[in-house]
Design a protein around this ligand. Sequence first.
Ligand SMILES: *[C@@H]1O[C@H](CO)[C@@H](O)[C@H](O)[C@H]1NC(C)=O
Ligand SMILES: *[C@@H]1O[C@H](CO)[C@@H](O)[C@H](O)[C@H]1NC(C)=O
Length: 443
Amino acid sequence: MLPCASCLPGSLLLWALLLLLLGSASPQDSEEPDSYTECTDGYEWDPDSQHCRDVNECLTIPEACKGEMKCINHYGGYLCLPRSAAVINDLHGEGPPPPVPPAQHPNPCPPGYEPNDQESCVDVDECAQALHDCRPSQDCHNLPGSYQCTCPDGYRKIGPECVDIDECRYRYCQHRCVNLPGSFRCQCEPGFQLGPNNRSCVDVNECDMGAPCEQRCFNSYGTFLCRCHQGYELHRDGFSCSDIDECSYSSYLCQYRCVNEPGRFSCHCPQGYQLLATRLCQDIDECESGAHQCSEAQTCVNFHGGYRCVDTNRCVEPYIQVSENRCLCPASNPLCREQPSSIVHRYMTITSERSVPADVFQIQATSVYPGAYNAFQIRAGNSQGDFYIRQINNVSAMLVLARPVTGPREYVLDLEMVTMNSLMSYRASSVLRLTVFVGAYTF
Ligand SMILES: *[C@@H]1O[C@H](CO)[C@@H](O)[C@H](O)[C@H]1NC(C)=O
Ligand SMILES: *[C@@H]1O[C@H](CO)[C@@H](O)[C@H](O)[C@H]1NC(C)=O
């Protein structure tokens, strides 16, 4: 004896199968009654009505359904269903008969149909007439002679109710998934946007979409980076660029003066100097370049940071000029008896703050007499003692700077060479008048 599985809607088929598994509860009619007409399984002969009558197994079989199952009698069989199961009663051939229509108008139509004016049977729309028992979570679908309770898209049946399917459990989304009632939505991490399939996430090129980089923008996977041009640094905000004050980083960038500019810096030199190899300052030799203002009668003398025009004729009475730099006191002139016999003019330039002692000028006797002895001394111009003489040998000596000096400053030193010959009791003096220009700078 089997329930009519094929008569059941799909949702009850499961329970029908369950019954098969529990089928041991079915009674086994082995005895063949011989006194009455034989009925098929689940029916018994009713001698009063002379018809086969459905057996209510739920009443006749002790513990027809076990456990928490409830027993539903069924034509020709019975069902065991969970107590919470909704039982659709008005299926073809199942459950108790439909409500009995008024006696004077018996419904001549099969269950789920009703007669119309033309005396034919038409389908009853149970869904429209609220004759269904679908749960609020279920959709009711009318069928010919019946109806069906189904779950909306995105829901599935758990027990009697339709429950939202959590699609996010199935990893539909590349990044993030948001479950919604009956559906879901994919979301992407910042820096990505949903691809055309609405599930994968593709990188957003923020640089093409107005990323707020002030100077340079680099797109990267999921984000972007701002960079600055050379000479600028990225602000803490990550977007804007500010000029780097290169001059503030090091005082060695420029020999003289560093000038910061947008994105770069430049070195400047004091007047009289020119820039050499971007950072060094080199004295301009105005005498050499012709940038001087000296007259024909003057000689141009270059020094650190400038130049000087000196009269080419520098000889003062009783001296007479014998060459461009040399003045001679003629021995024939009595005024010359106590004077150095010659004065030679020389010029030199040194920078400020030289480390000392520093050899600055070497004096060399031009003519050497046999047996003569030469002595060198600073005769004038060294009042501060900034220089001294170091004699090297009979014929040469070195002028040494003894103290660091700072320019601009000018010394005029008379360096005297006294030549003596004791045998001939000869004594002669000549002077080298050395003008020392000390520049204002250390370069
Ligand atoms: C993606 O979502 C948009 C907006 O919701 C929709 O118009 C489009 O049809 C969806 N595309 C796909 C492939 O599902
Ligand atoms: C240097 O002077 C000495 C005497 O003091 C003398 O003997 C010597 O020959 C001189 N040398 C020269 C190169 O004049």
